[in-house]
Design a protein around this ligand. Structure first.
Ligand code: GDP
Ligand code: IMO
Ligand code: MG
Length: 428
């Protein structure tokens, strides 16, 4: 096997970073292909914690780490993250980090627009990370974006900025917000450009070389399929395509580069930000999951909403993502519960439905239909061999396979890199 694609199968924060890091021991190259520094991936290695936001998780193992054109890059956030890693004795050099020339940039005005829009939405807010992700993708599609390579051509940058600022300032002014002068943006880019340009690379050519050399490539998804702009719980989604089909578009490698497609799911469900969440728990079990699972945002620190595993949604992720297998994460968080529940369908207006509806009012009215299974008392924390799992935990995993139609290839039992069970057909 020469490549594996890792994507979230729920609403994010499933533990993608841990699995990318674990698989990266065998990989040569790790590639981000969408999203930006809205992602927050936490790795725990011998007790030391590493937090990644824009950088591919491969940097921790000093693997070649590629930021593809599908990623929106905030140059300031990139430099801050590189500096943070330096403090943890990980030097990120242009030999390791390759940022595509045609990555659209996130500028301070994108951040201002994101935050102003959220404020204006009031109760209807999306709960974005406030990092300018949505406005930056809008500008890319509207053909207004400033790309990394544009920083090398002052004459191009000049008219591109005029176009961009005319648009941004009109919007900001209409919401009563501070506008940006061209002089201040030019000064900002003149300062930051020379610091980020050494990382710029012609990514499609590099990727073709890696493929020709039969290097093992890991594609690291950010966010998750339920946050995909087409297939997620629109409009409560992020602004990129998070499905595995995006790997080729977002890195210039064509449609067949992704290899084995692994969806990452928690043994329960969490969501951060607004939007529908049929199995959300507001009781003591929800609190238990949040506390035991330390369900707080990696970067933003926001509390994550918690609930039972939703097999209907994960089955949809398996379908629209073409997932070959699942990794079930944080099984240990369910230890000690008397019973565990899996959502197998919904009740809507007195009728049972087996699919998640697209309409917003219908989504709000969904009542989950649960299958209840016995829980387990024993601790699964740190187990590395499937045969050591309690029977009830094994049955729970098998039921997830039956209900979602996907094999469980990996089970994770702690935040630590090595506390991972390989249980399926991945890497055989
Ligand atoms: P990502 O965004 O998908 O990479 O996930 P995050 O890093 O945002 O959130 C996952 C959190 O769960 C992190 O704090 C991980 O250290 C932690 N984690 C990952 N796998 C496990 C596991 O199997 N058990 C426990 N208890 N924690 C885990
Ligand atoms: P990782 O990679 C969880 C959510 C935000 C918000 C919506 C839109 O760590 O799994 P955005 O700033 O992208 O416009 O926000 O998407 N969101 C995430 N939720 N994990 C993430 O990334 C997320 N990235 C964005 O909370 O609801
Ligand atoms: Mg995260």
């Amino acid at each position: 096997m020469s490549s594996v694609t890792i994507v979230g199968a729920q609403w994010g924060d499933e533990g993608k970073g841990k699995i990318v890091d674990w698989l990266a021991s065998r990989a040569d190259v790790v590639v981000r292909f969408q999203g930006g520094h809205n992602a927050g991936h936490t790795l725990v290695i011998d007790g030391e914690i590493y937090k990644l936001s824009l950088l591919p998780s491969g940097v921790v193992r000093k693997k070649i780490s590629v930021i593809g054109n599908g990623v929106v890059v905030d140059p300031q956030a990139l430099l801050k993250e590189i500096a943070r890693f330096k403090e943890q004795n990980i030097e990120i050099t242009p030999q390791i980090l390759k940022v595509a020339e045609n990555c659209p940039l996130i500028l301070p005005s994108h951040v201002a627009l994101d935050q102003a829009r959220e404020k204006a939405r009031g109760e209807k807010k999306i709960g974005t990370t406030g990092r300018g992700i949505g406005p930056a993708y809008e500008d890319k599609v509207a053909r207004r974006a400033i790309r990394l390579c544009d920083l090398t051509e002052p004459e191009t940058l000049d008219w591109r900025l005029d176009e961009l600022l005319t648009h941004h300032n009109a919007l900001l002014a209409s919401m009563g917000e501070k506008t940006f002068t061209k002089a201040e943006v030019v000064a900002y880019l003149a300062d930051i450009g020379p610091k980020v340009l050494p990382f710029m690379a012609h990514v499609p050519e590099l990727m073709a070389e890696y493929q020709a050399q039969d290097k093992f490539i890991l594609f690291e998804g950010a966010q998750a399929i339920m946050l995909d702009v087409d297939h997620g719980t629109y409009p409560f989604v992020t602004s990129s395509n998070t499905v595995p089909s995006q790997t080729g578009v977002g890195s210039g490698t064509g449609p067949r580069a992704g290899g084995y497609i692994l969806g990452i799911a928690k043994a329960y469900t969490t969501r951060v930000g607004e939007g529908p969440f049929p199995t959300e728990l507001f009781d003591d079990v929800g609190k238990y999951l949040g506390e035991k699972g330390h369900e707080f945002g990696t970067i933003t620190g926001r509390a994550r909403r918690c609930g039972w595993f939703d097999a209907v949604l994960v089955k949809r992720a398996v379908q629209v993502g073409g997932l070959d297998g699942l990794a079930i994460m944080k099984l240990d968080v369910l230890d000690g519960l008397k019973e565990v529940k899996i959502c197998i369908g919904y009740e809507l207006n007195g009728q049972q439905i087996n699919r998640f509806p697209y309409t917003l009012e219908a989504q709000k009215r969904l009542k989950p239909i649960y299958e209840t299974m016995p829980g387990w008392d024993q601790s699964t924390y740190g187990i590395r061999d499937r045969s050591e799992l309690p029977d009830a935990a094994n049955k729970y995993i098998t039921r997830i396979e039956e209900l979602t139609g996907a094999k469980v290839s990996i089970i994770s039992t702690s935040p630590e890199r090595e506390d991972t069970i390989m249980s399926g057909d991945l890497l055989v």
